[in-house]
Write a protein that binds this ligand. Structure first.
Ligand code: FAD
Length: 368
């Protein structure tokens, strides 16, 4: 049996960011993941957008970590030669009624202290992106894109350079509470004891909470899996900004948007619908929904786009629910001291990762 100071479940961008921060100050830090390498789930199945923080309610963790994370991520990418681009973004209004939504977003962005946002007239939108149809827009200069694989690879390298470990093919199957700390059982028969346990298991965060003994229903911590699909186009070029519609009125996602990746390929998506199982299989039946949605701001047709990839969001917000924030808590109040629980780390989790890492380190420091 191995004994460690801190064990982190999940080598996605969140677990790796937490380990990176902790390994600067703590000895005996271990990240474990059930897959054969890092980022096999949500962290490599997303839009790779560095968000600005414009959407989230004032004082929410999503707003705070997105804003902080945005500048930390740009800085980290520059210092560590991780491919990124400050593409900037335009949120477009395509009908009169959406102009109010754009103004509301602008107001919220100002409250959240998002720098440099500007209202754009129809002419200004056209000047920036002649292929896009818009009657007005919101210019968001702090938005960009990043290569999430290179980010995770670098984090893993830095963690190991700080003498911490990232260990793969270790699936947590059982957790026992000890007088001080936790005993973790893995599917390969290994057992670890840890003083501090951190749950950053992404889509499985609820299962880990349950394994420790938290009643996720009573504590309103049920996770709803919400799938999103992407379509790609090889026939569109010459667009440099990310183009977003006004967000979905139900607040489930940001709307099917156009993103440009670091190879200058155009992608549309993701859409959003709740699912009961984790399957990344692409469902072509949503193609018409994509075409209809994208056609509001630019001309595309059936032959312009083809199926690309999918991802799944671990959402605390279920169908018909109002906004839910990230849940990041040291669980002493629920009777599980030294257990730091991260639930519902959906978008903007990639943007927020370095900021969340610093926050979790602060929670650990408070335990000593
Ligand atoms: C479609 C989509 C688009 C998105 N777009 C953006 C975006 O543009 N910008 C942005 O900022 N955010 C975006 N996000 C959100 C972002 O991708 C996530 O918030 C982030 O990747 C979450 O990282 P994570 O480490 O928590 O989860 P994951 O990457 O899922 O990592 C969790 C890890 O835990 C491991 N694990 C699970 N159970 C166990 C177990 N029992 N034992 C051991 N290991 C286990 C898994 O193998 C996995 O590697 C998007 C998400 C989706 C789904």
């Amino acid at each position: 049996m191995e004994k460690v100071k801190i064990l982190i479940i999940g080598a996605g961008v969140i677990g790796l960011s937490i380990a990176y921060e902790l390994s600067k100050n703590y000895e005996d830090v271990v990240v474990i993941d059930k897959e054969e390498t890092f980022g096999r789930h949500t962290s490599s199945r997303n839009s790779e957008v560095i968000h600005s923080g414009i959407y989230y309610p004032r004082n929410s963790l999503k707003a705070k970590f997105c804003l902080e994370g945005n500048s930390l991520l740009y800085q980290f990418a520059k210092e560590n030669e991780i491919p990124f681009r400050n593409t900037k973004k335009i949120i477009v209004a395509t009908k009169q009624s959406e102009i109010k939504e754009i103004e509301k977003l602008m107001g919220n962005g100002k409250i959240n202290n998002v720098q440099g946002i500007e209202f754009l007239s129809q002419e200004e939108c056209y000047k920036l992106e002649p292929q896009i149809r818009a009657i007005a827009g919101l210019y968001v200069p702090s938005t960009g894109i990043i290569d999430s694989h290179s980010l995770m690879k670098k984090l893993e390298y830095l963690i190991e350079e700080n003498d911490a470990f990232v260990i793969y093919e270790m699936e947590v199957i059982k957790i026992e509470c000890l007088n001080k700390g936790y005993r973790i059982h893995f599917s390969n028969g290994e057992i670890y004891e840890t003083e501090i346990l951190i749950n950053s298991a992404g889509l499985n965060c609820e299962k880990i909470s349950q394994k420790i003994g938290i009643d996720t229903i009573k504590n309103k911590l049920k996770i709803h899996w919400c799938k999103g699909e992407y379509f790609k186009s090889n026939s569109i070029s010459g667009i440099s900004h990310l183009i977003y519609p006004v967000p979905d009125p139900d607040g489930i996602f940001l709307g099917i948007h156009l993103s440009v990746n670091l190879n200058n390929e155009i992608r549309f998506g993701p859409n959003a619908y709740y699912v009961n199982s984790i399957s990344y299989k692409m469902d072509d039946t949503y193609k018409q929904e994509f075409i209809k949605s994208v056609n509001q701001f630019m001309e595309i047709s059936n032959k312009n786009i083809h199926a690309d990839d999918t991802g799944i969001r671990p959402k605390l917000q279920g169908k018909g629910d109002k906004f839910r924030d990230f849940y990041i808590q040291e669980e002493s109040p629920n009777g599980f001291p030294n257990f730091i629980n991260l639930m519902g780390i959906e978008s903007p989790g990639l943007t927020a990762c370095l900021s969340i890492g610093k926050y979790v380190k602060q929670l650990c420091n408070n335990l000593n």
